[in-house]
Design a protein around this ligand. Structure first.
Ligand code: PGA
Length: 276
């Protein structure tokens, strides 16, 4: 596992965007797995800058997002159902600023009438696209990847999940409070890729920043693998793993010296099996 520690959120974001850009340049028709939340916003801004100033070309890139609230969503081009949909987040933070084709964007449909069928079809779409080359991930304070809340099977597939109180509290602070939406009107369910789905990507890029993530980052990377912290499944990943942290999020890790030493010795980053 490559663990890269940078002093600030901005440096973390630049490093992460550099990895994504390097994949897009090496494999212009790559498949990216994308994440929402506050963590990747800086990375998306940097990718937008690279698109505008350095001709980073997304015209053949396909994307699959990790998750979406159930009962919330957006048809690109049609009015938003609710401002807090992850579809809207992706559109505002990334897609509307780059030259990605609408038909290459995949986000779980929070407005689906048949969630079970939708989840099966989403997995099928990922397979048809040839699988995910690089999955971008954050980590929730309860250790979740996407909405794989504590207790989710580490072999789970795309499905509907019930959100934990901790996730509802965090989402309320980061999205709903700002929009003036009452807590009882927040969605309590979500469609999420499973941990088993995520583990099939060829490469993982996980990001975390801020003091409030330090404890869960240490548990996920250096503690036991457990369904109570679904991001600890990172330790089971077969492909290439890079974790990029800011100094605060790395502050409870035990092996920091080794990670720094490893980064110095390894030098240039390479992707796992993107050209197979
Ligand atoms: P955050 O969420 O980026 O808003 O902290 C991360 C997550 O829940 O995966």
């Amino acid at each position: 596992m490559n663990v890269i520690i940078r002093d600030t959120y901005e440096e973390m974001s630049r490093y992460a965007a550099g990895i994504i850009a390097s994949l897009v340049r090496q494999k212009p028709d790559c498949v990216l797995g994308l994440a929402t939340g506050s963590t990747p916003i800086g990375t998306y801004r940097e990718l937008v800058r690279m698109h505008k100033e350095e001709d980073l070309d997304f015209s053949q890139v396909k994307t699959f997002n990790l998750d979406e609230y159930l009962g919330v969503g957006m048809d690109l081009g049609k009015p938003y159902n609710m401002d807090q949909s992850y579809a809207r987040f992706m559109h505002e933070e990334l897609f509307k600023h780059i030259n990605i084709k609408k038909e290459n964007i995949h986000i779980p449909d929070g407005l689906t009438k048949n969630p079970e069928e939708f989840c099966k079809a989403y997995e099928e779409e990922i397979r048809k696209a040839g699988g995910i080359d690089l999955q971008l991930l954050g980590i929730g304070r309860d250790g979740h990847w996407a909405f794989n809340e504590p207790g989710s099977s580490l072999a789970s597939r795309t499905r509907v999940e019930v959100l934990t109180k901790q996730t509802l509290d965090d989402n309320y602070e980061s999205f709903y409070k700002k929009a003036g939406i009452p807590r009882d009107q927040m969605p309590h369910f979500a469609i999420t890729m499973g941990i088993g789905t995520i583990l099939e990507a060829r490469n993982i890029l996980m990001l975390a920043n801020g003091r409030r993530k330090a404890s869960v980052v240490a548990k996920a990377l250096e503690g036991p693998v457990t369904s109570q912290i679904t991001a600890s499944a990172i330790q089971l990943f077969k492909g290439g793993v890079t974790v990029v942290l800011d100094r605060e999020a790395a502050s409870e890790l035990k092996n920091v010296e080794h990670y720094i030493h490893r980064e110095k010795l390894l030098g240039t980053f390479s992707f796992n099996s993107i050209n197979e």
